[in-house]
Design a protein around this ligand. Structure first.
Ligand SMILES: Cc1cc2nc3c(=O)[nH]c(=O)nc-3n(C[C@H](O)[C@H](O)[C@H](O)COP(=O)(O)OP(=O)(O)OC[C@H]3O[C@@H](n4cnc5c(N)ncnc54)[C@H](O)[C@@H]3O)c2cc1C
Length: 348
């Protein structure tokens, strides 16, 4: 038997849930398919930029966390800080973010199916999804929000060239029971990694390490001066989780009645910490274009919404991977107004 739905969202991560909420607020009938149950966790720096906090508020979602006022770059004794002009950011555990979005989606009548999509077929009657844990579903529209290694992206023929070898970057994260020592997200630069520290509540910080594959969390942390001392003796509050390769390219974001949003639609890097902000913007744009019946409008909005992320984050990652790496923090210290301008552009 084939079930009929208006919008089928593949992936119940934060972007899939935001897209589902947007769709319900627009009066559409929406179903999410997601294989994982309970409070979904994921390797993430967990810093919601001010733009992401605003986007969630607009959806009626206010996850509990720890507010932060801006970003600091640190390298040894060098430090530069920028306080957001556009509001405050918030560190939020991914499990808490998931629960808040899931609750709101439930209030609005989003249908949730436990299953994993493995096939998509487009025809005159819409798109039929097949997979594990559910009968075939025919949808007017499919929004692929299934993350970095998106199946929908591959099935719809939207995957771009794969990034291979040394150029691939990965992220791992762990939490520590320690009171935040600053109201900023700190990014510690070492020759090996960037260590991203986000307060997530009054007694816990998350640390995400970005760099090459197969990093050992504990030993790498000992080589982050300034941070290793702060965390020395602190109880660990989570297991190590990883994700990557981070860079994922797409040829386009739409194929017929299939749209991609969030990491599935292409991802640059976690270094600038705005994946969620960009993903929520994409979710809103995807649903607007579905309401307007114009998938090409989404392609244009996606390009506009991701421009700063694509240009500024790619530029910073290129510098981080080049012989200029050791000059990044000194350059930011020497030009705090330029550093502040870049942070503002990515935080909006
Ligand atoms: C180390 C690290 C640090 C980061 N730090 C930050 C930060 O500080 N701030 C920030 O804003 N962003 C950060 N990001 C980026 C952020 O985590 C992502 O942009 C965000 O998780 C994207 O959400 P999503 O819903 O698109 O994908 P995901 O969160 O990956 O969710 C995808 C969902 O799809 C489901 N799925 C997968 N395949 C299928 C299938 N076949 N069928 C059905 N469902 C499927 C998965 O189970 C998953 O639940 C960081 C990322 C990393 C790796």
């Amino acid at each position: 038997m084939t079930a009929d739905v208006g919008v089928l969202i593949v992936g119940g991560g934060p972007v899939g849930l935001a897209a589902a909420i947007e769709a319900r607020l627009a009066g559409l009938d929406v179903t999410i398919i997601e294989p994982r149950q309970g409070s979904i966790d994921k390797a993430c720096g967990e810093g919601l930029m001010p733009g992401a906090v605003h986007a969630l508020e607009r959806l009626g979602v206010q996850p509990v966390g720890h507010d932060f006022a801006g970003i600091a770059y640190v390298s040894g004794t060098l430090r530069v800080e920028h306080a957001f002009r556009s509001g405050t950011g918030r560190g939020v555990r991914r499990t808490v973010l998931h629960e808040a979005l899931f609750r709101r989606a439930g209030e609005l009548g989003v249908t949730w199916i436990a299953g994993k999509v493995a096939g998509l077929e487009q025809g005159d009657a819409g798109v039929t999804a097949t997979g594990v844990g559910f009968p075939p579903i025919r949808a007017d529209w499919v929004v692929g929000c299934d993350g970095l290694h998106s199946t929908v992206r591959r099935l719809a023929g939207l995957a771009g060239r794969e990034v291979t070898g040394e150029r691939r970057r990965f992220g791992i994260r762990r939490h520590f029971r320690v009171a935040p020592w600053t109201d900023l997200v700190e990014v510690h630069w070492t020759p090996e990694v960037e260590a991203y520290v986000t307060p997530v509540d009054a007694g816990t910080v998350g640390v995400a390490l970005l760099g090459p594959r197969y990093l050992d969390f504990t030993s790498t942390l000992t080589r982050v001066p300034g941070l290793a001392d702060r965390l020395d003796g602190a109880d660990v509050a989570s297991t190590v989780r990883g994700a990557g390769p981070l860079r994922q390219r797409t040829k386009r974001r739409t194929a017929g009645r299939v749209l991609l949003a969030g990491d599935a639609s292409g991802y640059v890097d976690a270094l600038t910490g705005e994946g969620l902000r960009v993903g929520f913007t994409q979710a809103a744009a995807a649903i607007r274009s579905i309401v307007g019946g114009d998938a090409q409008a989404y392609e244009r909005e996606w390009m506009r919404a991701t421009r700063d992320f694509r240009v500024l984050t790619s530029g910073l990652v290129a510098a981080a991977r080049s012989p200029l790496r050791s000059r990044v923090v000194p350059a930011a210290v020497a030009s705090p107004s330029l550093f502040g301008m870049i942070v503002e552009r990515l935080a909006r």
